[in-house]
Design a protein around this ligand. Structure first.
Ligand code: FAD
Length: 604
């Protein structure tokens, strides 16, 4: 791994001063409740309960049939699993989603300004297979949603899909060797295999502000945008806000995208900020098919792999994407356990110098682009690069030069003090707003499976969450577990991740489809041997890099559980996504029997 070059590394005194500044800024924002400062959205809260895109769910007869594979979740994870199963020749596949169509994240999140943060040509999956070439370097959300639909159409996933349907239970029937799938629409059907692709950013969260229920104005969460109220569409044009005082809470990745659009259309915009994002250069522009080499077969796979290697700290040759992710890739070392540091003496001091150089550049950009000195000061991010999700925008900072935009910094009061019927109180001042929009993100990693809303009951009536509570999760490669035959989980657990998540999901989908195909071919159950599961747990436990100290010093956020820390542990494969994908490919060729159990075999 090469760290970004630093022309003028900080002197020891400068480095010490900066560390002290970071500590002070962290203290201004830390709250004793930790992650408990948030609450989940509820049906009673504002506009939340509705699916804004399918307001009237059509009646339908409950389904009582049998399919080969049920896929829970119709985001890119579920879609890719479906596509890869179809390619393996599996005919009977049913996707079920709470939403009214495919798309997952991109179905639910349609706020103005929504864009991909990863280059479109590597984020949008199956470009080689569909022949689609994105127009912009960073695709708007609607283009991404349409691409999800395109894949689902091409791979015949609509045929038996169930939308506006929540899976409420998965129960293994040992004599039938099938899963019994129940839903909130009265369906009770059976599936030989179940793949769960329920996402990691699906449970919107709200700050637990005292008085939040008292507010009488209009309110909603960005993941359920109310265009009926604002007018317009994800490109803007929100005429309904022209005479409104609008407040937005949250300046993270969503806030950075939505705030410039709100500023264009609102009568007046109040931005309530706890911690400023580090806003790096976006560099949005049109890209021609020739520029990305889209006339060559396999161009997209090559570009995706090139990006993955660079952001994983592996050698890759030429940087094809060449954006701020790849240029700052070495600073992701504290987030992803993949970077090789062998033979790099004084790594931490070189890392800190590179970190300071990047963050100084980001802070200088604020000072250059924001005219008012007090506002510019409040927008300066005082923490290390990997403490918070990096963001990218060419329009966010200049937004604060508008007369109709007010930044309300809440750091001194550790967040918003309270809400009233009319608005928001910060530092004893009440800001009256007609509409308050929560850009406050999600309970990261929480899904129905982890929260218990979707109970999964395996062999002998054993519940998945009970086994996890007793011993912690135990898996082979993150996909399969003893006692839960023919259940394959996708997502982030005991596997490897990357900043381009669809790349990760596609490799998982290939693996899931290969497991199903192998089990069908060998007339076996998908279930790991005890030896294989034990060995994988050992692999995950060993070699996890120690980043605990780093995150303990970070400003509070979801990366460090709001300042509580980010414990090391056997939660991930310690050598990163490139090595993990190689390992999976080899394992499928040589050792796939470790995940197969004869149907007549007695479980251990
Ligand atoms: C605003 C936003 C921007 C993002 N930008 C990027 C980016 O630039 N780059 C990147 O790599 N990642 C980005 N992400 C992360 C993004 O979530 C992933 O890239 C990817 O789309 C996740 O796909 P998924 O299938 O795992 O989950 P999701 O897309 O979340 O899909 C899961 C689906 O499961 C459904 N579901 C859950 N439980 C049930 C149930 N019990 N019954 C029925 N259905 C259920 C949900 O309704 C949902 O549709 C972004 C996320 C958000 C929220």
């Amino acid at each position: 791994m090469t760290l970004p070059h630093c022309d003028t590394p900080p002197t020891p005194q400068e480095a010490a001063d900066l560390r002290e500044r970071y500590r002070v800024e962290r203290e201004r924002r830390i709250r004793p409740e930790g992650p408990g400062q948030y609450r989940s959205t509820t049906a009673e809260f504002g506009y939340f309960a509705a699916d804004p895109y399918v307001p009237d769910t059509a009646e339908r007869e409950p389904v009582h049939d049998v399919v080969d594979v049920a896929i829970v979740g119709g985001g890119f994870g579920g879609i890719l699993a479906g596509a890869r199963l179809r390619t393996q020749g599996v005919a009977s596949v049913r996707v079920i989603d709470q939403g009214g169509d495919f798309g997952g994240t991109w179905y639910w999140n349609r706020y103005p300004g929504i864009h991909c943060d990863i280059e479109s040509h590597v984020y949008l999956p199956l470009l080689d297979e569909t022949g689609y070439v994105p127009e912009w370097k960073y695709a708007p959300g609607e283009e991404i949603r349409r691409h999800a639909v395109r894949i689902a159409e091409q791979f015949d996933l609509y045929e038996s899909a169930l939308f506006s349907t929540t899976v409420t239970g998965l129960t293994w029937d040992e004599p039938a060797r099938q899963w019994r799938v129940t839903t909130d629409r009265g369906d009770v059907f059976r599936a030989t295999y179940v793949i769960t692709a329920t996402g990691t950013l699906t449970e919107p969260k709200l700050p637990g502000i005292p008085g939040i229920e008292d507010y009488k104005g209009h309110t909603f969460h960005t993941s359920r945008w109310d265009y009926g109220y604002t007018g317009g569409h994800s490109g803007g044009g929100m005429t309904g806000l022209a005479d409104k005082r609008v407040g937005v809470v949250g300046t993270g990745a969503t806030g950075v995208q939505v705030i410039p659009k709100l500023a264009e259309d609102a009568g007046h915009l109040y931005v309530f900020q706890r911690t400023p994002s580090a806003v790096d250069v976006r560099g949005q522009r049109r890209m021609s098919p020739q520029e990305v080499g889209a006339d060559r077969p396999g161009w997209a796979a090559e570009r995706r792999e090139n990006f993955l290697r660079i952001v994983s700290g592996e050698s890759a040759g030429r940087d094809l994407v060449a954006d701020r992710w790849t240029e700052s890739a070495a600073l992701l070392e504290k987030l992803l356990p993949s970077f090789r540091r062998d033979g790099e003496p004084d790594f931490e001091s070189a890392y800190e110098a590179a970190d300071h150089a990047t963050m100084n550049q980001i802070r200088e950009r604020v000072a250059k682009e924001v005219a008012d000195a007090t506002t510019a000061d409040a927008l300066q991010p005082w923490y290390r690069y990997a403490c918070k999700r990096p963001t990218f925008s060419d329009t966010y900072l200049p937004t604060f030069n508008r007369d109709d935009v007010t930044l309300v910094d809440t750091a001194d009061s550790h967040g918003i003090e309270r809400m009233t019927e009319r608005g928001v109180v910060v530092g004893g001042v009440e800001y009256e707003v007609d509409c308050l929009i929560f850009a406050t993100g999600f309970s990261v990693g929480v899904s129905g499976i982890t929260s218990g809303k979707l109970p999964v009951t395996g062999r002998d009536g054993v519940e998945l969450l009970h086994t996890w509570a007793d011993r912690g999760p135990r898996t082979l490669h993150g996909f399969t577990s003893i006692g839960f035959p023919n259940l394959i989980r996708m997502g982030s657990l005991q596997n490897a991740s990357s900043v381009n998540f669809t790349n990760i999901l596609d490799e998982q989908a290939l693996h899931a489809a290969a497991l199903v195909a192998a089990a069908q071919q060998k007339d076996a159950l998908v279930e790991p041997t005890p030896e294989a599961e034990d060995a994988w747990m050992e692999t995950c436990a060993q070699g996890a890099p120690d980043h605990e100290w780093f995150h303990a010093e970070c400003t509070p956020g979801y990366y460090n559980r709001e300042g509580r820390g980010r414990p090391n542990g056997p939660t991930a494969y310690p050598h990163g996504a490139v090595a993990f994908h190689d390992l999976l490919r080899r394992w499928r060729e040589e050792n796939i029997d470790e995940a197969l159990r004869p149907k007549s075999g007695t479980p251990a």
